[in-house]
Design a protein around this ligand. Sequence first.
Ligand SMILES: [Zn+2]
Length: 253
Amino acid sequence: MKKQLYLTIDDFPTKASEEMLYFLEEKGISSVIFCIGKELVKHEETAVKALLMGHKLGNHSYSHKAFSKISLKEAYREIQKTDLLLDRIYEKAGVTWDVKYFRFPYGDKGDGMMGQVLKRGLDPWKRLKKRRIQKRLAELNYTNIVAPGVSYNYYQDYLARERDAQWTLDVMEWCLKKPEGVFEIKTEADVLARLFSENPFDCRGKVPEESYGITFEPSNEVILMHDNEQTFPAFKTVINEMLLRGYGFSKIN
Ligand SMILES: [Zn+2]
């Protein structure tokens, strides 16, 4: 059997969300979906629907700002506001919010590294800010995703020990939002070529592993994709291709 994938989806909800939920239902895939608070307010019913369809909802801040660029007080507010919204949505759906997940916009933990978490930051004050945010997440009972079979050391020894949920493989379909592409990813074919290559480029910094990526058999993967109207065709193409190549999706508990 090929490796297992844990699907996480950021930037929910959007106008494409309902269609995305039906697509995932058809494929029998459940995921952890990270929600932007100010969008949740507009599409509360969609969020309730996602819970009833068996997905888990996580907190992706209120207004999707880079945490390195906002004050500590504002960071707390960004977390708290969406925490309250999610609490209400879980209650409305009649689902117990038993495991709470948080993901930083851009993966930016607020330490001035702007999401380049695989590089080491040096500024002690910024590191302190990061620790304070982690403490706040702990106080609100946020916990990391448990992803059995993910064996990368950089993930298990560092990212998996923190209170926010990171990932091991960013599909980078978000690059298609710009007509000129990002990192030379301009077409669906470019997304697939990178995804199924050995040692794919990682925007968080260089991955300190000899081998890495979906083709690296020993480790399972925490996959990062996005809910986005513009990139939804690529979303479907990627999921279909993963299934076609024999990868399985496991539920995150
Ligand atoms: Zn995001």
